[in-house]
Design a protein around this ligand. Structure first.
Ligand SMILES: O=C(O)CCC(=O)C(=O)O
Length: 258
């Protein structure tokens, strides 16, 4: 059963992204923030834990390994069915991150798309869909994600304008929204993280989904401890615990089905 509204289908096809205002209720947001705080303090207390520790980005790699609430967010009942519809029944997790962009820092990610794959021409395919959950308000100039609407359909040889400062890209839209908002995009869309010129820290959880025959992004392979927590068909497939070439959620109507 399709879950996307006609408005969502048209918007995504045209623009390559979707926004979900107020997706997390205040209670859900509080619980997810608490889980993210726990992950962050564990990560900060142990420099051997995977992630990036740079002045303009602190990246807690694979937050789903840290707290079951962050694992469950991967199957959010509103967003995940849409991801599934966009990618198909062989959907799998590819990577997941918790990004912290400190105040008054320059962009950590200039304009790019996530699936260049120079040998493969796939303008009609959706290879990956990335979902962002905002855990902090992102004010204007607060280092939010920016995208070029419709650029997921640009041809391989499209000449993107060269800009020194990512904020100067013509025609971009900015994901500057309150905490609790989520957005997703088609990974061929051109996107960037803009400069954070405010005194606010941006906090965002990122879940990237692809197909079961794709590899996990290196360093994001689920641990055995995490796999032991996968009690449902959906979770087992998302964590790659099924045959990659016959994986399918076809017929699964209840995300909690064991
Ligand atoms: O931090 C951001 O908003 C951009 C993230 C990004 O570029 C990516 O996930 O590929």
């Amino acid at each position: 059963m399709p879950v996307m509204t006609d408005e969502q289908r048209l918007f995504f096809e045209t623009n390559g992204y979707l926004v979900f205002p107020n997706l997390l209720s205040p209670q859900e947001l509080e619980a997810i923030r608490e889980a993210a705080d726990t992950a962050e303090s564990l990560w900060r207390s142990d420099p051997s834990r995977l992630g990036v520790r740079k002045p303009n980005l602190q990246q807690v790699q694979a937050p789903i390994e840290y707290d079951e609430r962050l694992l469950k967010l991967m199957v959010h009942p509103v967003v995940f069915p849409i991801v599934r519809e966009l990618l198909g029944e062989d959907v799998q997790m590819i990577d997941n991150d918790y990004f912290i962009s400190p105040p008054n820092t320059n962009s950590h990610a200039h304009w790019h798309h996530d699936v260049g794959m120079p040998s493969v021409y796939h303008p009609r395919s959706t290879l990956m869909v990335k979902v962002f959950f905002l855990l902090s308000d992102v004010p204007q100039g607060g280092g939010g994600t920016a995208m070029i609407p419709g650029s997921h359909r640009f041809p391989m040889d499209f000449r993107l304008p060269k800009v020194e400062n990512p904020d100067e890209m013509p025609g971009h839209v900015r994901m500057e929204y309150p905490a609790g908002t989520a957005y997703l995009f088609h990974c061929r869309i051109y996107h960037a993280a803009l400069n954070n010129v405010t005194s606010a820290t941006r906090r965002v959880l990122i879940y990237n989904y692809g197909h079961s025959w794709m590899k996990f992004w290196q360093g994001y392979e689920p641990s055995e401890a995490l796999k032991a927590k996968a009690k449902t068909r959906v979770m087992r497939q998302l964590l790659g615990m099924v045959d990659p070439y016959s994986a399918s959620l076809a017929g699964v109507t209840d995300l909690d089905e064991e």
